[in-house]
Write a protein that binds this ligand. Structure first.
Ligand SMILES: [Mn+2]
Length: 411
């Protein structure tokens, strides 16, 4: 995990902002307008802060980012039904020597840069918040965020309501620009997986394939991986979140590759399972076909109104109806996880407690079968858009039919 943080930090240091923000300033404004309609008091979100020797770029707090598109550290967002204000730190020439120019409230172009009509210096926050308290009984903030203690201190008699739940409801339905951004992250992920596949070979190391994946993501102009990439061969294929990627791959094994990119802030999430030496064994192919059948069954079940958990049920029912373990028992118990989650700014994007699908959601479908005693782990995952007419697979260009996979590896 620490290794991964270090790697991300190195990768991230190359850029001072997302290479290009796929979301227009106007869309951030309309997200805020939508959220503000339902407020019964002030909403406060704190942007990321940086330490005094922060060499590496950090990621913006996702709820703050969703509503502002603002990446520079130390900002505060205050929303009420009638007002929206972005508070920025003053310019600091010493910091700018290290980190480059930053925007402050006193800059003539602050409104144009931020997309906010009202940009104020940080020291104005407390007085503006006191005024905003009069707009309603509630205060919305992120309950678990350390800075929220400061909000509680300024409004000791108010209960804090979870801003994240309100924002998540908006975040779960993707706009056309967001869908395009996720499609781009998906396309880059597919290209990077194809590069990684060239390094899958008996005697090679998992990290050689992982390195090819990461290099391709950066070379495509993206920020880096959407999550710690999983290159799990042999017994590691049965460890769901294995990410050491340090083992030698051997002939006759499978490798689970769960790896995707973050581009312009947005993520994708894709898994394929490959035979290390290019050919599935009979048993591997039998299990692979069952996982693929289960994935297709879950994708076929997608439509507005169905629950996330019903997709898992559809996959498990399929798995239970096909194949057996060494003792002759059904295979459903070898699927130990849910098969779907929302994808967006976070790779596990929040839905605000909503458990049913609706058009515009982007979700994964990722059944797996993991049988440690047979050293077989298979997971197949696609990122899909929920539409009124069912699922549209965004990551379908990466081979997953077993013959196609073998053909791709033969090249
Ligand atoms: Mn996933």
């Amino acid at each position: 995990m620490r290794q991964f943080a270090f790697l991300c930090a190195i990768l991230a240091s190359a850029a001072s902002a997302y290479a290009s923000d796929p979301i227009a300033r106007e869309e951030y404004r309309s997200r805020r307008a939508e959220l503000r309609k339902g407020l019964e008091g002030p909403l406060v979100l704190f942007g990321r802060v940086e330490s005094s020797d922060d060499v590496f770029r950090g990621f913006q707090e996702p709820n703050f980012y969703y509503l502002t598109g603002w990446e520079e550290p130390g900002a505060i967002l205050l929303l009420t039904r009638s007002e929206e204000i972005l508070f920025l730190p003053h310019r600091n020439s010493r910091r700018e020597l290290y980190m480059g120019r930053r925007t402050a409230a006193e800059d003539a172009n602050a409104a144009a840069e931020t997309g906010f009509d009202a940009v104020l210096p940080l020291e104005r926050f407390e007085s503006q918040f006191a005024k905003a308290l009069e707009t309603g009984p509630d205060v919305y903030a992120l309950p678990d965020h350390p800075e929220t203690e400061r909000v509680k201190a300024l409004a000791p008699l108010r209960d804090i309501r979870a801003a994240s739940a309100l924002v998540a409801k908006l975040r779960s339905k993707k706009s056309p620009a967001e869908i395009a951004a996720i499609q781009h992250a998906t396309d880059v992920s597919i290209q990077a997986q194809r590069e990684a596949w060239k390094h899958v070979r008996a005697g090679g190391a998992e990290y050689e394939a992982a390195g090819a994946f990461l290099g391709a993501v950066i070379a495509a102009g993206c920020e880096g991986p959407a999550y710690s990439p999983i290159f799990g061969s042999g017994p590691n294929a049965t460890t769901l979140h294995y990410s050491a990627n340090s083992r030698r791959m051997d002939a006759g094994e499978l490798i689970v590759i769960d790896a995707a990119a973050r581009c312009g802030g947005y993520t994708s999430d894709i898994t394929r399972t490959l035979p290390v030496d290019g050919k599935f064994t009979r048993r591997q192919r039998e299990i692979y076909d069952i996982v693929l059948g289960a994935q297709k069954a879950a994708i076929a079940a997608i439509k507005p109104g169905v629950t996330f958990s019903s997709l898992t049920s559809a996959a498990r029912e399929y798995i239970n109806a096909h194949g057996k373990d060494a003792k002759g028992n059904p295979l459903g118990k070898y699927l130990p996880h849910g098969v779907s989650h929302s994808v967006g700014l976070d790779v596990h994007d929040p839905t605000g407690g909503v458990s049913t699908l609706s058009a515009g959601m982007v979700i994964t479908v990722e059944p797996g079968i993991y049988i440690p005693e047979e050293k077989i782990g298979v997971r197949i995952e696609d990122t899909v858009l929920v539409t009124d007419n069912g699922a549209k697979i965004l990551s379908g260009a990466l081979p997953k039919e077993p013959d196609e996979v073998e053909r791709a590896l033969a090249k």
